[in-house]
Design a protein around this ligand. Structure first.
Ligand code: AMP
Length: 214
C-alpha cells in the first residue's frame, strides 16, 4: 500500500502516520522530519532547507523529490509506505507518479485531512515537540504529565518549532492554500482521494482512517 496523507500543517497527518505505521508496518516517510534531521546534522542540504522552512516557504521540489526517491527505494518500503507531507505541489505529485510508474508501482490512496484554519492556528501555536525523541504535546489539549518533561523519554527539552511561531503559521497556511490545495483536484481526478474529518479526537480519526483503508 502506498498511501498519501494530504492536509494542512497541524491537521494530524504525522500523528496518524505514526499510529498506522505501528499497526501495519509501513514506514512513515515525512519530508518535514527528513529535512529537520538534515538541519540537526548540519548538512549542506539542511542548511539550504532551513532558510525556506524558517520563513514558512516550501523547500525546492528537486530537494524533496530527491529525498523521497532515495528513501522509498530502501528495502523496508518494499511492501508500501505512508507519505506524510509529500507531495505538496503538483510538480512533486507528477514526479512521484513518474518515479512509481518506472517501478511498476502507483499511489493507491490519498486521504485528505479536512479542518478549518482557526482550529489549525490553535493547534500549531500550542504545539510542543520533544527535541530528544520527537514526541508531540499541546500546552492545552495534551500537555505532558509533568510540566515541561517528556512522558516518553524524560527529557526536559520540550520546544516550540521555529515554524510554529504565529507569523510563520500564517504563511504556512497561505502556502498550503496556494501550492498544495490544487492536489485535491489532481487526486480527485485520479479517483484516489477520500476525505477525513480531522477535527475529531485522534482515536476517532484513526478508526475512520482504518475503515477507509479496508
Ligand atoms: P512539516 O513538518 O511537514 O510541516 O514540514 C515543515 C516544513 O518543511 C515545511 O513548511 C516546508 O518548509 C518543508 N517541507 C516539508 N515537506 C515539504 C515538501 N514536500 N515540499 C517542500 N517543502 C517541504
Amino acid at each position: 500500500m502506498i498511501l498519501v496523507l494530504l492536509g494542512p500543517p497541524g491537521s494530524g497527518k504525522g500523528t496518524q502516520a505514526k499510529r498506522l505505521s505501528a499497526l501495519r508496518g509501513w514506514p512513515q516517510l515525512s519530508t518535514g522530519d527528513m529535512l529537520r534531521t538534515a538541519i540537526a546534522a548540519g548538512s549542506k542540504l539542511g542548511l539550504e532547507a532551513k532558510s525556506f522552512m524558517d520563513q514558512g516557504n516550501l523547500v525546492p521540489d528537486s530537494v524533496v523529490v530527491g529525498l523521497i526517491a532515495e528513501r522509498s527505494s530502501q528495502a523496508d518500503c518494499k511492501n508500501g509506505f505512508i507519505l506524510d507531507g509529500f507531495p505538496r505541489t503538483i510538480p512533486q505529485a507528477q514526479s512521484l507518479d513518474q518515479m512509481l510508474t518506472a517501478q511498476s508501482r502507483r499511489v493507491d490512496k490519498v486521504l485528505l485531512f479536512q479542518i478549518e484554519n482557526e482550529e489549525l492556528v490553535k493547534r500549531l501555536s500550542g504545539r510542543r515537540v520533544c527535541s530528544n525523541c520527537g514526541s508531540m504535546y499541546h500546552v492545552e489539549f495534551s500537555p505532558p504529565k509533568a510540566s515541561g518533561v517528556c512522558d516518553k523519554c524524560g527529557s526536559k527539552a520540550l520546544i516550540q518549532r521555529d515554524d510554529d511561531q504565529a507569523a510563520v503559521i500564517e504563511k504556512r497556511l497561505k502556502v498550503y492554500q496556494e501550492q498544495t490545495e490544487p492536489l485535491v483536484k489532481y487526486y480527485t481526478d485520479a479517483k484516489k482521494l477520500k476525505t477525513l474529518d480531522a477535527t475529531l479526537q485522534p482515536e476517532q480519526v484513526e478508526e475512520n482512517l482504518l475503515k477507509m483503508l479496508s
